[in-house]
Design a protein around this ligand. Structure first.
Ligand code: ATP
Length: 575
C-alpha cells in the first residue's frame, strides 16, 4: 500500500513542469509502481474529483470551512490562518507552513476513503462532520501532504495534466508507447470515467478495454460535428448519402432507459434527470427493455413553436421544477439510438440506428407530443439544391441550421470527425459561426464599468498540447446585468500568475484559471501581433478575432470543449 506522501511528491513534480511530454513520463513512472486501485484514485484526484461527473459526488468544501478545519486540526488560531491566507492566497501553502508533523502515516487509499466520507456526509449537521473529518486528515498529514490535500479538496491543484495526458501515460505503461492511446481513449469516451479506465487497464490489461460497449446508466461522451461554411464543401467530406436534419437550438440530452430507472445526462455528463420530470414520465411509455437515446430538448410555446435556448435555460433550476415544467413545456427531438435491448448499436451504421429508432418510437409518436423524431431527409451528399432548401425550411421552423450526417457512419463517442457536419448561418453577419472561448484574463473597467471588468481576454483550446491561446479581447455584447455579474462568475477563478496552461502575451489586470466558457461572435479573423493562436505556424502573429461580442455563457461546456485552434485555422484558410 502506497503512502500518500508519494502521491503528494508526484503532484509536486507535475507542478514544476510545463512540458506535456515530461508530465507523461513522470505520470507513467508513477503508475508503474502502484496498484490498480491506487491508479484509479490518482486519476480522480488529478482531475480534482473523487468520482466521475455523472455520479454527482462532490466534496462541498468551501474555503471558510477548510480554514476552520485547519484551525481545529492544527490547534491554531483562526485569525492567524486567515492572515497567512491573505498574504499567500493559497491555503495549501498555509497548511504546509504551519504543519509540524513528521510522522509518515497516511496511505493513498486511506486519504481517498476519508475524502469519500466527507463527500457522502450530507444533510443536517453535515458541515460540522465534514469539518471534523478533514481536521483529522490534516492532523495526520506531513507538510507536503497537507499542501496538496488542501489544494485537491478546494479544486486548486492546477497541475496542468489533462485527461489526455493521463491516458498517454497509461498507454506508455501498458504498451511502452502511445500505441494504446486509441483504445484507452475509446474506453474513456464510452465510460466517461478516467478512474475506471485506469483500474481496468492496470488490473486486466488493455485488451479488456478493446471495443467496449456502452452501459445503460453510464453516460457516453457525445459524438461531435465539424462545420462548413458552404454547402458545396459537404460533398468533399462525405461521399455516402447524408441525412439532412434540423439543428435544434436546445440542450443535448442522452436518455438512458433502464429496466427500472431512467437517467438523463447533459453534454458534461451531469445527471439532469430531476430537471425534466415531464420528459421522464413520457420516456417511461416507450416499450423497450432498455435503451440509450440521444436528442435535443427544446422549449416550445403554447402553440408548439420552437423557442430559443435562452428560454429553455430557465428550466435549469433547483426549486419550482414542476411549476416551470408547466410554464415552459419542452419537446425531446430524438436523433440517435446507441443501445437497444441489451445490445450496443455504436458500431452499426446510422441508417440502421435510425431504422431501429423509428421502430421503437413509431407506436408512441401518435400520442406523444413530448417525444418526436428529429426531422430529417435522406439525400445525396452532392445535392446542393435540396440541402439548401432543407436548410431554409429548418431556419423557418426555428432551427439554427442543419446537421448533415453520413448515413453509413458509426457512432464515434467523443469524436469530432467529418461524419457529422453542422451548417448554420446568420445572414446579417460576415462570419458564419460563433466561437466558444475560454476566459483567461480580465481588465478592470472605468466609468460605468468601474466595479466590474471592462473587457475579458479569451482563448481557444489546443487539445494536442493541452494549452489555451489568447484569441481576442471581448468588451461588447454584454448587458448591464451581464457586466454586473462578471465578478460573481469569474472571481472564484482568479489566480496570482498566468496559468501554465495559458499562452498569452498581453498584460491584464487579473488572470483567471481557464475554466469559464462563453460564446462570442465577431466580424472576421485577422493576424495580430499580440495574440498567440498558431503563432508558430503563421509567424507574423497569431490568428485573432476582430470586433468580438459576447453572445452567452456556455456553462454546459467545460474548457476542453471550447473551439480548438485547428477549427479556427480551417475557417481562417477559407476566409
Ligand atoms: P459542438 O457540439 O460541435 O461542440 P456546440 O455545442 O457549440 O458545438 P453547435 O455548434 O451549435 O453546438 O452544434 C452541435 C450541437 O447541436 C450538438 O451538440 C447538439 O446539442 C445540437 N443539435 C441540435 N440538433 C441536432 C441534431 N439534429 N443532431 C445532432 N446535434 C444536434
Amino acid at each position: 500500500m502506497r503512502k500518500f506522501k508519494e502521491l503528494a511528491e508526484l503532484f509536486q513534480e507535475l507542478e514544476k513542469t510545463s512540458s506535456n511530454l515530461k508530465m507523461i513520463d513522470i505520470l507513467a513512472d508513477f503508475l508503474k509502481k502502484i496498484s490498480p486501485e491506487e491508479g484509479k484514485i490518482t486519476a480522480y484526484l488529478l482531475q480534482g474529483k473523487i468520482a466521475p461527473d455523472y455520479q454527482g459526488l462532490e466534496l462541498g468544501l468551501a474555503e471558510k470551512l477548510v480554514i476552520r478545519s485547519l484551525a481545529l486540526g492544527l490547534k491554531e488560531d483562526i485569525n492567524k490562518i486567515e492572515k497567512l491566507y491573505k498574504e499567500t492566497g493559497d491555503l495549501g501553502l498555509v497548511a504546509e507552513k504551519l504543519i509540524k508533523n513528521t510522522k509518515e502515516e497516511l496511505t493513498i487509499k486511506e486519504v481517498f476513503e476519508e475524502l469519500k466520507k466527507i463527500a457522502l456526509s450530507q444533510g443536517k449537521g453535515s458541515q460540522e462532520r465534514k469539518l471534523q473529518l478533514l481536521a483529522i486528515l490534516i492532523k495526520k498529514s506531513l507538510p507536503i501532504e497537507a499542501k496538496y490535500l488542501i489544494r485537491s479538496v478546494l479544486g486548486t491543484l492546477r497541475l496542468g495534466a489533462s485527461d489526455m495526458t493521463f491516458l498517454y501515460a497509461l498507454s506508455k505503461v501498458l504498451t511502452g508507447s502511445k500505441e494504446g492511446k486509441k483504445i484507452l481513449e475509446h474506453a474513456f469516451n464510452v465510460l466517461s470515467d478516467l478512474g475506471q479506465v485506469a483500474y481496468i487497464a492496470l488490473s486486466s490489461g488493455i485488451d479488456k478495454l478493446k471495443n467496449l460497449d456502452p452501459q445503460v446508466g453510464i453516460p457516453v461522451r457525445m459524438m461531435l460535428a465539424q462545420r462548413v461554411k458552404e454547402i458545396k464543401e459537404i460533398k468533399e467530406n462525405i461521399k455516402n448519402d447524408v441525412f439532412v436534419e434540423v439543428k435544434y437550438d436546445g440542450e443535448r440530452v442522452q436518455a438512458h432507459l433502464g429496466d427500472k430507472e431512467i437517467f438523463l445526462y447533459s453534454r458534461r455528463h451531469e445527471n439532469i434527470t430531476h430537471q425534466f420530470p415531464d420528459l421522464v414520465s413520457e420516456l417511461r411509455k416507450i416499450n423497450v427493455k432498455n435503451a440509450i437515446l440521444e436528442g435535443e430538448v427544446v422549449a416550445i410555446d403554447k402553440n408548439g413553436n420552437l423557442q430559443p435556448f435562452q428560454i429553455l435555460m430557465q428550466r435549469r433550476r433547483k426549486y419550482d421544477i414542476i411549476e416551470y415544467s408547466q410554464k415552459i413545456p419542452i419537446v425531446y427531438f430524438v436523433f440517435d439510438l446507441i443501445y437497444l435491448n441489451g445490445k450496443s448499436l455504436i458500431q452499426e451504421p446510422l441508417d440502421k440506428r435510425k431504422e431501429k429508432l423509428e421502430e421503437i418510437l413509431s407506436n408512441k409518436l401518435k400520442e406523444s407530443e413530448k417525444i418526436k423524431l428529429a426531422k430529417y431527409e435522406k439525400v445525396k451528399s452532392n445535392d446542393e439544391d435540396r440541402i439548401e432548401k432543407l436548410f431554409i425550411e429548418a431556419i423557418k421552423i426555428g432551427g439554427e441550421g442543419v446537421m448533415i450526417k453520413d448515413s453509413k457512419s458509426i457512432y464515434e463517442a467523443g469524436v469530432r470527425a467529418w461524419r457529422w457536419i453542422k451548417f448554420k448561418k446568420d445572414y446579417k453577419d460576415e462570419l458564419v459561426d460563433t466561437f466558444d472561448v475560454v476566459v483567461i484574463g480580465g481588465i478592470y473597467g472605468t466609468g460605468k464599468r468601474a466595479k466590474t471588468y471592462g473587457s475579458l481576454l479569451v482563448a481557444l483550446y489546443d487539445p494536442k498540447k493541452n494549452k489555451y491561446y489568447s484569441f481576442t479581447k471581448v468588451g461588447a455584447g454584454f448587458t448591464d446585468e451581464d457586466l454586473e455579474n462578471l465578478p460573481k462568475i469569474l472571481d472564484k477563478y482568479k489566480i496570482k500568475e498566468k496559468s501554465k496552461l495559458v499562452e498569452a502575451e498581453i498584460d491584464v489586470d487579473v488572470w483567471f484559471e481557464p475554466k469559464v466558457v462563453m460564446e462570442i461572435k465577431g466580424a472576421d479573423l485577422t493576424i495580430s501581433p499580440v495574440h498567440t493562436v498558431l503563432k508558430d505556424k503563421i509567424k507574423k502573429g497569431g490568428i485573432a478575432l476582430r470586433f468580438p461580442r459576447f453572445i452567452r455563457w456556455r456553462d454546459d461546456k467545460d474548457p476542453t470543449q471550447a473551439t480548438t485552434i485547428d477549427e479556427v485555422y480551417e475557417i481562417y484558410k477559407r476566409q
